[in-house]
Design a protein around this ligand. Structure first.
Ligand SMILES: Nc1ncnc2c1ncn2[C@@H]1O[C@H](COP(=O)(O)OP(=O)(O)OP(=O)(O)O)[C@@H](O)[C@H]1O
Ligand SMILES: [Mg+2]
Length: 266
């Protein structure tokens, strides 16, 4: 199953993805996080050691060009490049949480014609082949990436909102674009909730209502300032993470609810 997260800048996408990853890992799932933000920040958030040594795959331009079969001056390149070994080579692991940092995918104006992108896209599609593994894609802020089709093949898109009009506006724009690009299953997740008013504001302006409400937590801010993994901040966020994980557990590939699938298979 492949799950992506999106939303306005700074609303808590990386934080929520890290907490979800950790919860699912502790319940025995095989988790791979892919950091697809051009300014990657997931490694710090989950507490990977030696973060400075991680090279985003997108920066390995000559390796990507070679894989794509692109040669100087040639207009041709390979549409099915070999990618099977790349995950093993570029994945880092800490405490059974696996992370691959993708970095910035270059886009040519007016549609992407970069052969390097073919390699990255193929890598993403190949990773889907393992059904037991849950792949969590942390995305950059805003709507731009939806136009690139990078996440068109996800099974579930989580859109993070905070109690502000602008965050809700961006969330609704993302939802529309995601629907247009064929994403089957889309859910909102609320963050930075301080009180009942915040929760009501979001419920009033968003349909459907978010599947989980994360409180604004001092422990999260503190752990970020101290450079500690958010997964250790825990406590205040536990209820919301469980809610979100339960929602994820009730979904399945390509937006079917697990129980519906069971019924259809009977
Ligand atoms: N529930 C929360 N309580 C307190 N602080 C939070 C909470 N969620 C996120 N934060 C803090 O808000 C800041 C932004 O969070 P985060 O990096 O997860 O957002 P983001 O949406 O991934 O940002 P970007 O758009 O830059 O990728 C961080 O300092 C994080 O520690
Ligand atoms: Mg982020």
């Amino acid at each position: 199953m492949k799950i992506a997260i999106s939303g306005k800048g700074g609303v808590g996408k990386t934080t929520i993805m890290a907490l979800l990853a950790n919860y699912l890992k502790e319940s025995g799932r095989d988790i791979l996080i892919i950091d697809a933000d051009p300014s990657p920040h997931m490694a710090q958030t989950i507490g990977i050691k030696n973060v400075e040594k991680i090279v985003p795959i997108a920066e390995m331009r000559s390796m990507l060009a070679e894989r794509s079969g692109k040669s100087e001056g040639s207009p041709f390149y390979n549409l099915n490049p070999e990618v099977d070994d790349l995950l093993e080579r570029f994945m880092v692991e800490e405490d059974s949480l696996k992370l691959m940092v993708l970095g910035a995918i270059q886009t040519a104006k007016g549609g992407c014609a970069c052969p390097e992108n073919t390699v990255l896209r193929r890598l993403l599609t190949t990773l889907l082949l393992s059904p037991e593994r849950i792949i969590l894609l942390d995305m950059e802020a805003g709507v731009e990436h939806l136009g690139r089709g990078t996440i068109a093949s996800v099974d579930l898109l989580l859109i993070v909102v905070i109690p502000s009009r602008s965050s809700i506006r961006t969330a609704l724009k993302i939802k529309k674009l995601a629907e247009d690009s064929g994403i089957a299953d889309i859910a909102f997740v609320a963050n930075l909730i301080q009180d009942e008013d915040d929760e009501q504001f979001i419920k009033k302006h968003l349909d459907p209502r978010p599947v989980a409400f994360f409180p604004e937590a001092k422990s999260v801010r503190k752990s970020e300032r101290q450079g500690e993994p958010v997964t250790r901040a825990g406590g205040d966020m536990a209820g919301a993470v469980r809610e979100l994980a339960e929602y994820v557990g009730s979904r399945n590939v390509r937006g079917q609810r697990t129980e519906d699938r069971g019924r259809k298979d009977e």
